[in-house]
Design a protein around this ligand. Structure first.
Ligand code: 13P
Ligand code: SF4
Length: 326
């Protein structure tokens, strides 16, 4: 479908030949163009398998800052590609589908945050990396779910803080750090959907299983979790813990890496509370396909660009985060 659209818009001039081995071609194009493919754990397993690096949002930002490649292809969502461009302005940053947004990032428009900030001029602003560059430009420091707790704790105990945009992550951070940050009322449509009832049912059927949850989940889900952490932290926990069964409350793409690292363990994805299927996939992440990735590398399109003034402002809070995450 996308190929047809691209042809019609004139971005590409030929169809992908039938029977082409896309994985081989993607690797060949990476070699030829000195390009690297970065993939988030939530993308489809086929994308993760062909990527140069697979990681959580912090690891991918750290790689983007260091790589010597000329082209970065971000198989994730738009704010991740934008972060790459902010950190690597001289590189060509590509994203296989420009429609790969993020409901959490969209829940915090920059102009609304600016107004809220103006109402609380004595507050520092801590923003989750799942935000637009325009929001980051209004921020004192960026965090990811991997480093959020440590970064919040790096502020003096009495520092007044606005945390945006995820109210669940913010609430979790308030609870574990004893802070009272003002929380933006944003959320992720995938993580807010996990069903408490289905976790309880899974737990009853698998009493030895441990519940792993991403901090973007609602507090009711977090209350049932044996471990709460970022995608990278959840993976490490599953790998090192003695349990052999895990109930996983985060996007199900992560199961690909879990099963690769722990082939003898059982991972049970938590279904959402609504809808007929058991899918807990982020539709934005799933816009990344091998076909689009191939075309992106071949035609070097779509490109992620940023206004230079905005890029410079958005870079400051990301660099502060990276400095504190070494
Ligand atoms: P991580 O920071 O754990 O990679 O999570 C990113 C994300 O989008 C979670 O929904
Ligand atoms: Fe955004 Fe949620 Fe998708 Fe993560 S899972 S990229 S927070 S919409």
């Amino acid at each position: 479908m996308i190929r047809q659209e691209w042809i019609e818009k004139g971005y590409i001039d030929e169809a992908i030949p039938e029977g082409l081995d896309l994985k081989t071609e993607i690797r060949r194009l990476c070699e030829e163009k000195n390009a690297v493919v970065l993939a988030h754990y939530y993308t489809d397993g086929t994308i993760q398998d062909v990527a140069d690096f697979v990681g959580d949002s912090l690891a991918l930002a750290q790689i983007a800052e260091k790589t010597t490649a000329d082209i970065l292809v971000m198989c994730g969502v738009h704010f991740m590609a934008e972060t790459n461009k902010i950190l690597s302005p001289d590189k060509k940053v590509l994203i296989p589908d420009l429609n790969a947004g993020c409901s959490l990032a969209e829940s915090c428009p920059a102009e609304e945050l600016a107004k809220f900030k103006a109402l609380h001029p004595d507050h520092k602003v801590v923003a989750y990396v799942n935000t637009s560059a325009a929001v980051k430009a209004h921020t004192d420091i960026v965090v990811t779910s991997t480093n959020a707790r440590a970064i919040v704790e790096s502020f003096p105990k009495d520092e007044k803080i606005i945390f945006a945009p995820d109210k669940n992550l913010g609430g979790y951070l308030n609870a574990v750090t004893g802070r009272n940050m003002l929380l933006w009322n944003g959320g992720c449509h995938v993580h807010e959907q996990f069903s408490i009832e289905k976790i309880v049912e899974l737990k009853a059927a698998h009493p030895a299983a441990k519940v792993l949850a991403h901090p973007e989940c609602k507090s009711g889900v977090l209350a049932l979790a044996d471990f709460i952490g970022s995608t990278a932290a959840i993976l490490t926990f599953a790998q090192n813990d003695e349990a052999t069964e895990f109930i996983v409350a985060t996007e199900s793409g992560i199961l690909h890496e879990m099963m690769k690292r722990c082939p003898d363990k059982v991972f049970l994805p938590v279904p959402p509370s609504t809808g007929p299927c058991a899918c807990n996939e982020c539709g934005y992440m799933r816009l990344n396909t091998l076909e689009k990735l191939y075309n992106t590398l071949k035609y070097e399109w779509p490109i992620v660009e940023l206004d230079e003034e905005l890029r410079t402002e958005a870079k400051k809070p990301i660099i502060r985060m990276l400095e504190l995450s070494k």
